[in-house]
Design a protein around this ligand. Structure first.
Ligand SMILES: Cc1cc2nc3c(=O)[nH]c(=O)nc-3n(C[C@H](O)[C@H](O)[C@H](O)COP(=O)(O)OP(=O)(O)OC[C@H]3O[C@@H](n4cnc5c(N)ncnc54)[C@H](O)[C@@H]3O)c2cc1C
Length: 436
């Protein structure tokens, strides 16, 4: 039997359904509920909700400065203070695995980051260009804040969403139905709602996988991140907040994102824990001393994908449902967070003007603001991967010269830092630390 879950006093024209409780979907729901309170009904549906943040245990993301401002504004940053580590310094090197030394071509330090962000143009721009944030506490904090704000959380998927006479009807996987003004499909790269709305997808898989693990190490990372370009793909060491263990000596931790040819992953990870650790050690920074595996490794096949449109009637695509990019620059989630902030702003303005929050104007404005920036970032990361993930000598020489040049030209370097911090292109209010 089919039931409605909006309840007797439901107001489809003042209701929003978010399909997918990933980080961008929850951030959007929370931003809108905090801004509009009882004037807007917000429901988030995800079959994985009962697991909370444990869905992403062992994962960590580089969150750019814009994302930090968003989480500060939502009251999330203070809740996750112990799971957050500023990246104060970054070293980029390029060599073959067997090379005895790894020449450093590019370095970023804290002072340069501040210059790149235009320090002095407002308090919101102070601080490092990125922080490493652990996914499990972040998701748990978002879910707790969503509950406190009065968002309805449904542990079911959205199977379909059909626009119908000024509203959109979402059918949940357990048969219930919800009516809303707008459905946001933040249901991941294989978005069922994107397919059901017949929105095209341009994409391909890379012959690479991203291996993710958390490494405990003997020495302090001091906030330094490393990106070591190898012919099979980059090996990134990203600093995590220290977590002291009772009686343990290895309280220092980093997350690795190790890109390898997918065809080699089974061999590399197929041995016992000692063999896997030895493979990591061959690539890891000797500066950090003795290492141990804290969690993982898990391998994620890498892909590129871009939706042909970010909207359909009363439907907006958000996060990986709209775009999937190579993780080498750590920007996929950041794109999704910027989109969440833009969509929250467009919906808020419509509500304040007494207009339809799921209307075409709102969705057109959202798409216009996000399509170009997203495409530009996707193309950049794809190009960087093609440039670096190979061992062709002239290409190696050209890229190493290019990196060396960037390192010696402060203006160019500031530009790249600003790009990584999310300070180029459209900057919605929440990403500047301002209220909606
Ligand atoms: C190796 C690797 C490293 C990365 N590192 C970084 C980084 O450092 N920084 C960064 O910015 N980005 C990074 N990314 C990208 C980042 O992981 C993604 O962009 C981000 O997780 C996308 O979030 P999402 O919520 O859109 O999708 P997902 O995290 O896939 O979440 C989708 C959610 O939708 C739910 N769902 C599925 N179907 C339905 C349905 N029908 N109805 C309702 N719910 C549904 C799922 O249960 C899930 O909870 C990395 C990616 C990889 C592969």
């Amino acid at each position: 039997m089919e039931t409605r879950t909006n309840g007797p006093a439901s107001r489809p024209s003042r209701s929003l359904v978010v399909a997918g409780a990933g980080i961008p979907g929850l951030a959007l729901a929370l931003a809108l509920k905090q801004a509009h309170g009882p004037a807007l009904d917000v429901t988030v549906c995800d079959p994985g909700l009962p697991l909370g943040g444990a869905r992403q245990r062992g994962r960590a993301y580089a969150v750019a400065a814009g994302g930090r401002h968003l989480f500060e504004r939502l009251g999330i940053w203070a809740r996750i203070a112990s799971a957050v580590q500023p990246i104060t310094d970054m070293v980029v090197s390029d060599s073959r695995l067997a090379d005895p030394i790894r020449p450093v071509f590019l370095t970023f330090a804290q002072e340069e980051e501040e210059a790149g962000q235009g320090k002095g143009q407002g308090a919101a721009e102070d601080g490092p260009f990125a922080h490493m944030v652990e996914a499990e506490p972040l998701l748990d904090a978002l879910i707790a804040a969503a509950r406190e704000a009065g968002i309805t959380l449904e542990a079911a998927g959205v199977a379909r969403a059909v626009p119908e006479r000024g509203t959109i009807r979402a059918r949940l996987t357990d048969g219930r139905r919800l009516a809303a003004a707008l459905v946001v499909a933040s249901d991941g790269a294989n978005s069922r709602l994107r397919e059901a709305a017949r929105i095209g997808w341009v994409g391909w898989t890379y012959p690479q996988s991203g291996i993710v693990a958390t490494i405990a190490h003997a020495r302090d990372h001091g906030g330094r991140a490393y990106e070591h370009f190898l012919p099979s793909g980059p090996f990134a060491i990203l600093p995590l907040a220290r977590r002291d263990r009772p009686g343990g000596s290895l309280g220092h931790r980093s997350s690795i994102v190790w890109t390898e040819r997918s065809a080699d992953v089974a061999t590399l990870l197929g041995g016992g824990p000692d063999e896997v650790l030895a493979e990591i050690e061959r690539r890891f920074s000797p500066d950090l001393g003795e290492i141990a595996l804290e969690s993982g490794p898990s391998a994620h096949p890498l892909a590129f994908g871009m939706a042909r449109a970010f909207r359909a009637e009363r439907l907006a695509l958000l996060g990986d449902a709209a775009h999937v990019i190579h993780p080498l620059a750590g920007q996929g989630l950041n794109l999704g967070l910027t989109s969440a902030a833009v969509l929250a702003e467009a919906v808020t303005e419509a509500l304040r003007l007494g207009m339809d929050p799921g209307g075409e104007d709102v969705l057109r404005r959202y798409e216009r603001a996000r399509r170009f920036d997203t495409l530009a970032m996707a193309a950049t990361t794809d190009g960087l991967n093609r440039l670096f993930s190979n061992d062709v000598l002239p290409v190696r020489l050209a890229r190493d010269l290019g990196l060396g040049l960037v390192d010696r030209m402060p203006g160019l370097k500031r530009f790249f830092i600003g790009e990584a911090a999310g300070f180029r292109g459209s900057r919605p209010r929440l990403m500047r630390g301002e209220a909606l």
